[in-house]
Design a protein around this ligand. Structure first.
Ligand code: GLU
Length: 619
């Protein structure tokens, strides 16, 4: 079956336009379509032979096409990611980085690749500070700048994943994405909206303006129009032909470094954008390396939970929170949802206190991964939870140098988490007929990244370096250092039961990624919800701040009211009401059922709904 989806809709739209004197009648929709499964966004798909879940119908269709061709989960994951670079260019692409987690069915082992961006060798420690002050620029100015661009890791991640575990060539897996970039996709409301929200950030950069604001008066592409990215198709073709050295060496590398260094810039705090110019060189690109990393691991009530080790804080923070929660036997409290969620919120706050104190790039700072994931440490941290009342936030970090699991330890110094991470990124989950599984989160950080398109190349550069703490402090594990990876929250997670995959999941959402993954695990494992309900349920995120950030539906639910009135949790509605930011995360998951049957699950509503597909559907 050929790949369809938004691309098919684009072709249909083009035909409609050619016979209707240019006027767009009945614009083809990305979200509705023919009876073919691959043209529709379906949040759940059950069946055999491999599966995928992403936020986008074209990306999911690309993965299915590759699986049907005989490719494995790794091939299909790269195909989906490359397609997301076309259809979700503001969330992810080769201008960014990410974390790739892989379960190998043959060896029954989980492996990971750290494809996080790095700071250039000449990165100044005061990169985001207003000249002559000790204060950081406004976040938007930091983010819209050459100085925020980290050396991208995504191209190297694809190459490494394919080399270690893939079965098809880079050219084969880039093929569907090249088609989508060439034929175009139909612009939907989300794409137009994201473009408009970024208009002032995109305008200073000529190549960005030309690509994403092509209309009269620099209007964003209209809903229903076809968006083609021929430059990106050409870039993918180059990589398909030459391999990823073409990204990190030679002409393209030269252009990336020049674009970063010569990007329009301003040090005047009164000019809202752009911010400072970058310092990246071709040597920085040439020196970039992805890292093969051991995953983090905790045993949560008989489930083996594998996650991403530092430089992401995802694996340790989710893992520590689970160790804390293990102490409480949540399933016994299952009928008292508010009580279970109270423990979830409190455990999360404690794990975030430790994240703020201890987490950074382990190549530069000592990260006590073993201690943070030690069940004895978790047990001692659990002592801090009052089963009846929410603690005052921020709660202090624990002391990894001195613990014994007993409930009489003085906490270490207070540590708060100021959160400047943004809420966009993308996540995908893929499995194949051999039982291999990929969980992959990738990002260019902020929606629209740095706003800087590499001229003629069709992709946006990240602003990942804003994930460093902007103000330098010697005691901060996430302080800016040249060559370092900024701390991430990305939490691609694979859960095994008796050495077999049980569940794979992940989400975008800055530091709420951690709580989205944690809450979904609690919903599924402890509250016994089905995976589709666990994922769709209203979300709340306690990251050691005075207020719990929560979706309105969580605040309004009976348990939400009880958490406020009985336990004393204070809620703040996520984002601005009425905007998509009022949502937390956009998760994807696959659950592994009996007899090789799988259920792929995407968001039914958040971000306009995601797309789950299987190779052979069944009921
Ligand atoms: N930059 C974030 C991180 O690495 C991800 C951005 C997001 O999800 O919005 O944790």
């Amino acid at each position: 079956m050929p790949i369809l989806g938004r691309r098919l809709a684009a072709i249909t739209a083009a035909l409609a336009m050619s016979v209707t004197t240019g006027a767009l009648v009945s614009p083809a929709s990305a979200h509705s379509g023919s009876s073919d499964d691959n043209t529709k966004k379906m949040p759940t798909a059950t069946g055999y032979g491999g599966a995928v879940s992403t936020v986008d119908v074209d990306a999911s269709a690309a993965a299915i096409e590759v699986l049907r061709k005989g490719g494995n989960a790794v091939d299909a994951a790269v195909a989906a990611a490359a397609t997301l670079g076309v259809t979700e260019p503001y969330s992810a692409g080769i201008g960014g980085g990410g974390y790739f987690v892989y379960y190998d069915a043959k060896s029954k082992k989980v492996h990971t690749i750290d494809g996080r961006e790095t700071a250039p060798a000449a990165m100044p420690t005061d990169a985001f500070i207003k000249p002559g002050t000790a204060e950081a620029f406004a976040f938007k100015k930091q983010a819209t700048s050459g100085i925020s661009v980290g050396v991208p890791g995504t191209a190297a991640t694809w190459e490494r994943a394919l080399k270690r575990w893939g079965s098809l060539s880079l050219a084969d897996v880039l093929d569907p994405a090249i088609d989508v970039a060439t034929d175009g996709f139909v612009v939907d409301e989300t794409f137009r909206q994201q473009t408009l929200e970024n208009k002032d950030r995109f305008l200073p950069f000529e190549a960005t303006r030309e690509l994403f604001l092509p209309g009269a008066d620099n209007d964003a592409p209209a809903v229903g129009s076809t968006f083609k990215n021929k430059d990106l198709a050409q870039t993918y073709r180059l990589l398909a032909k030459e391999g990823m050295d073409a990204f990190y060496e030679d002409e393209l590398a030269d252009e990336i470094a020049k674009t970063v260094r010569n990007a329009p810039s301003s040090l005047d705090p009164m000019v809202p954008v752009p911010g400072p110019a970058g310092v990246m060189t071709t040597e920085d690109l040439d020196d970039y390396k992805v890292l093969d990393q051991k995953p983090t691991h905790v045993d949560y009530r008989g489930y083996d939970v594998y996650g991403m080790a530092p430089s992401s804080s995802g694996g340790t923070t989710v893992g520590e929170a689970l160790n804390i929660l293990e102490t409480f036997g949540l399933p016994a409290l299952k009928d008292d949802k508010a009580k279970v969620l109270h423990h979830y919120l409190e455990a999360s706050a404690l794990a975030f206190a430790d994240r703020a104190k201890y987490l950074g790039d382990p190549a530069f700072v000592d990260v006590p991964v073993k201690q943070l994931l030690d069940p004895v440490f978790g047990k001692e941290r659990a002592c801090e939870i009052d089963p009846l009342h929410a603690a005052e936030k921020p709660v202090p970090a624990g002391d990894v140098a001195d613990y014994n699991g007993a409930c009489d330890v003085e906490p270490a110094a207070l540590s708060d988490e100021k959160d400047s991470e943004n809420i966009n990124t993308t996540n995908l989950t893929v499995s194949d007929k051999w039982g291999n599984v990929v969980e992959y989160t990738l990002t260019i950080e902020q929606t629209g990244g740095s706003g800087i398109v590499v001229p003629g190349r069709g992709f946006i550069l990240n602003n990942e370096l804003t994930d460093f703490s902007p103000v330098y402090s010697e005691t901060d594990p996430n302080r800016i250092q040249p060559g370092k990876r900024p701390r991430s929250s990305m939490s691609p997670t694979i859960v095994l039961k008796d050495d077999e995959p049980f569940l794979a999941l992940g989400s975008p959402g800055g530091s709420t990624i951690i709580t989205t993954v944690l809450q979904t695990l609690i919903n599924r494992i402890d509250l016994g919800m089905s995976i589709e309900k666990a994922l769709a349920a209203p979300r709340a995120s306690q990251r050691n701040t005075a207020n719990v950030t929560a979706e309105q539906a969580f605040i309004d639910a009976e348990y939400g009211q009880e958490l406020a009135s009985k336990y004393g949790h204070k809620f703040a509605a996520a984002g601005d009401p009425g905007t998509s930011a009022a949502e937390i995360g956009a998760a994807t998951a696959i659950e592994f059922l009996n007899d090789n049957k799988v259920r792929a699950v995407a968001e039914p509503v958040r971000r306009g709904g995601g797309s789950a597909m299987v190779v052979k559907p069944s009921h």
